[in-house]
Design a protein around this ligand. Structure first.
Ligand SMILES: Nc1nc2[nH]cnc2c(=O)[nH]1
Length: 348
């Protein structure tokens, strides 16, 4: 593909015609823009029906009151098909050409999401969720099941031999599993060389519970399990300490900034400039349905608002600008999920 002013394209056209290739020229009007696809680095496909609902509770209560109740419904594969087709079509309509999806706890439903992204041609990382504790009894797996089914899921996705979809190991968060299970997942990550996605330091009560459960800082919990790799995307990261940020930087792990969700669930404000100062790669996530919109443009607006609000309390703080958030929504996200090679140079 060649992109440029009409006159400059003549040379590329002549070259392609000389090579007897088909040439299609699209001339944009003054009101059109050609931009790279957006990357949503954190979205929960099964939570789509709850978009915009249930923001009267903070994270841990919201999970129990609304989220697990909805996610349990995905034993019903017809329901899964309906919602997953809708979420893929909707995110594509919003310009999201790559998405990092938390799929379902259930492997069959997760494979339906794989079929939906293949049907509509979206690039995606799709993870079967791992969760053995801190949820209703009929919505957890045993430690044996969670590992066995994750291995099966990775192999099923890989057997489709499709360049657009990759499995991603998805421990829900440090409170959903015991250390032994996380260590086994870390071993799977190594064995299959797969990406990892999870949540980190989103809410102050969550951080306290993780610290008391493991006697370690949050990032060190994942590190002990071998889950902090250069192909790991960690959602939120609001309350990470300087030591934890140094650790993420050393491991090359990335952060998905989800400002809309951080406001809706009253989690807090993530300082993206601080993450950058530690050399950490950052992309944007809608975090549906913690976030109320499946649109990355909406996440860009929220990222600007959060950064401007942070600047009110800090002298000489330079808030993110439009270019910064456009970067987060495109190349920043692509770097998070290690897909920079699939990005056109228009982004740069
Ligand atoms: N925002 C968000 N945080 C989580 N932490 C654990 N599970 C979730 C989830 O579904 N959404």
């Amino acid at each position: 593909m060649a992109i440029g002013r009409k006159e400059d394209l003549e040379q590329a056209r002549a070259q392609h015609l000389a090579d007897e290739q088909d040439v299609m020229v699209t001339v944009l009007s003054d009101r059109q823009l050609l931009i790279p696809g957006f990357v949503d680095t954190h979205i929960h496909a099964p939570q789509y029906p709850n978009c915009g609902l249930g923001y009267d509770k903070p994270l841990l209560e919201w999970l129990q009151a609304y989220t697990y109740k909805l996610e349990r419904k995905y034993r019903d594969l017809e329901y899964s098909r309906k919602v997953f087709n809708a979420v893929v079509r909707r995110t594509l309509n919003h310009g999201t050409t790559t998405a990092c999806y938390f799929a379902s706890l259930f492997q069959d439903a997760s494979l339906i999401l794989v079929d939906a992204v293949l049907k509509y041609g979206q690039r995606a990382f799709i993870g079967k969720i791992n969760m053995t504790t801190l949820a209703p009894d009929d919505y957890v797996e045993t430690p044996e099941e969670t590992i066995k089914l994750t291995r099966k899921f990775i192999e099923s996705v890989r057997s489709k031999d499709c360049e657009l979809v990759e499995p991603i190991v998805t421990p829900r968060f440090a409170l959903s599993l015991e250390m032994d299970s996380m260590i086994e997942l870390g071993q799977l990550v190594k064995e299959y060389n797969v990406n990892v996605q999870t949540h980190i330091s989103e809410n102050t009560d969550e951080v306290k519970q993780v610290n008391s459960k493991y006697g370690l800082p949050y990032a060190n919990v994942y590190d002990k399990a071998g889950l902090l790799t250069p192909k790991t995307v960690l959602a939120h990261g609001i309350y990470l300490t300087d030591e934890e940020l140094s650790l993420l930087s050393q491991r090359g792990s990335s952060v998905s900034h989800c400002p809309d969700s951080n406001t809706c669930l009253k989690s807090g404000m993530c300082d993206v400039r601080r993450l950058f100062s530690f050399g950490i790669k950052v992309g944007l996530g809608t975090d549906v349905s913690g976030g109320a919109s499946p649109s990355i443009v909406s996440a860009m607006r929220s990222a600007l608002a959060t950064s401007i609000n942070l600047s009110f309390g800090q002298k000489n703080y330079k808030p993110l600008n439009y270019l910064d958030v456009f970067y987060l929504a495109t190349l920043g996200g692509a770097e998070d999920v290690k897909q920079k090679q699939n990005w056109s140079s228009t982004t740069q």
